[in-house]
Structures are given as structure tokens and as C-alpha cells.
Design a protein around this ligand. Sequence first.
Ligand code: TXA
Ligand code: MG
Length: 320
Amino acid sequence: MATIGTDITYAFELLNREELVAIPTETVYGLAGNAFNALSVAKIFKVKERPSFDPLIVHTSDLERIHEFVVDIPEKAYDLATAFWPGPLTMVFKKKAIIPDLVTSGLDTVAVRIPKHALTLELLKSIDFPLAAPSANPFGYVSPTQATHVNEQLGAKIPYILDGGPCQVGVESTIVGFHGDEATVLRLGGCKVEDIERIVGKINIRLHASSNPVAPGMLDSHYAPLTPVRIGNIEELIAQYQGKRIGVLSFDRYYDGIDPINQFVLSKKGDLDEAATCLFTGLRQLDMLNLQLIISEYVQDIGLGRAINDRLRRAEAKRN
Ligand code: TXA
Ligand code: MG
């Protein structure tokens, strides 16, 4: 198992030796390596068992440092950066050659983010390269939102997990791409579309599937637990699947007819932000109960509800 701790100096040493370190962010934990070093980046793909067509996000601490590895930052991106960085927003820019092609799966663009987590920002400031970091889970599985989640799945393959406590946002960053100065949301996530629109006006949402070369990584079956998931009206689904070992992941209340041990309520007070924070913990807990089916429901499609619904839809898409 990996060592878990808060030793930034040790994390710094490992990263300088081309090793990987799991890092906390406000969204989910990342599996980090030197983004300028192809060997480190190759290790990330290997540890995650991630296909090489799925590009990584590059994390840094300051807007000024981004110029070192991107060609051009559109005006709207500056506005978004000012409003939301550090924070749960990733933006895609034309890349410079210093970023190895492996990071971007051969694309001429690179996804960049300044995460909002004190420990990780301190680490990023101390090193002289940015960190490539996908979510620290095996490819296709639910992202980790606690250090122990990382240790359970990748602990045998990495030396160190920087423990920053439970992630405050709980879903991955919102990804925004640019065509000229026109912004498009490519992945729904922790930065609310409504907040983005307050800065740049009405924005297109074009969520890509595996067939879309713009972001090859957004497979429909991402973020999925191993247990099959069905989404709909929870009471109807419970009736429909009577006799099966069922778990329920609900928005705000417990349901009759299912052992409460097999139920996870995302937010008893019905708050979408709180629901997002514990979504992946809920999916993980239910996934460990050896159930035949996890039943869940969509939430209101506003604010972080959009990201929650997106992850639930992808979790259900995994069924076979
Ligand atoms: O919140 C997050 O974004 C977390 C934390 C660790 O920062 N990271 C994360 O990384 O979710 P990952 O690898 O699980 O998702 C990265 C996704 C890729 O699957 C792809 O869809 C998109 O970012 N991406 C990366 N590079 C891209 C590019 N050049 N153009 C378009 N999309 C890109
Ligand atoms: Mg991921």
C-alpha cells in the first residue's frame, strides 16, 4: 500500500525523480506526474490502465506559468480564469511543443487547470514543472474523493498519497474549449454553467462521446461502479426489481422496503452542492455491498445537478 501523509517535501522529491504522487484537489484526487516528462506521463497511463487516446489535464499554480506551455489564451478564457481560478474549471488551449504528445493523445491542444486546494497549490508552486493528473482511479471507474479511495485501488502501484482530506466539490472539473473566442462546455462538472454564463454569456454545451475526436476520453461508460445502475423513479424500480439484492442511491430521502444499510442519501436537506460532494462516495459504498443492482434517480438539472445527472447517466451506460 502507498504511504498516506501531508509531506509536501517528500511529494516534491518523488515528482522530481519521475515518480507519481496522488494529489488532493477540490474536485477529486489526481494521479500526478511531471507534465514535461514523457516517462512520468507514461507511468500515469500504465498505473491507471488508461488507453493512450484519452488525454490528461495539466495542473499549474499561476496563470503566468501557463504561457510556458500554451500558445495563446483567448480573451474569454482570461475572463473565466479571473472569475474561477483557482477552481473546478479546466480550459483547453493550443499547446506548445514542451508538452509531450502523450499528455494530449496527439491533439494540438492541452487541457489546463489551476486547482483550489492549499496543499496542492503549495506543491505546484514549489516545483518548476506543471503536473499532468487524471483522476486517481483505474480507467472507467468512479473517481476518488478521499485519500483512502485512492489507496484502495492504486495503493499497490504508487509510493505516496498526499492527504488533503475529503474533496469539497466532489465531481470533476467543468471543461471548456474555445473556437476562436467562442467558448463551449465539453464536460459538465464542478463549475456551474450558470456561473460561467454570467461571465461570458450564453455558452454552447457539446458533451462528447467516444466517437468525438475533440475529447476522446469522454466515453459514455465513464465514472461507473461495477454493480449495474438503473436510473428512474425509485419506487417503481424497487417494485420492478423485487427479489434482487438492491441498493438505493437517492437524492434526499430513504425508501421503504429496502434495508437502510443498502441505501445512501446524497443530501437530506435536498442541496445539490452537498449531493455532488458525496455522489462518488455513495456510489463506492454501494458498490462494495455485493448488490445485484443500484437504483438511483436524476436530480434537478440546474447548478451541480447537471454534473450529477451526467455522471449518473454514464454510470448507467456501463450496464451490459
Ligand atoms: O477535476 C478534474 O478535472 C480532475 C482533477 C484531478 O483535476 N481530473 C480529471 O481528469 O477529471 P481525467 O483524466 O479523469 O479527465 C480528463 C478529461 C479527458 O478524459 C478528456 O475528456 C479531457 O479531460 N481532455 C483532456 N485533454 C483534452 C483536450 N486537449 N481537449 C479536449 N478535452 C481534453
Ligand atoms: Mg477520470
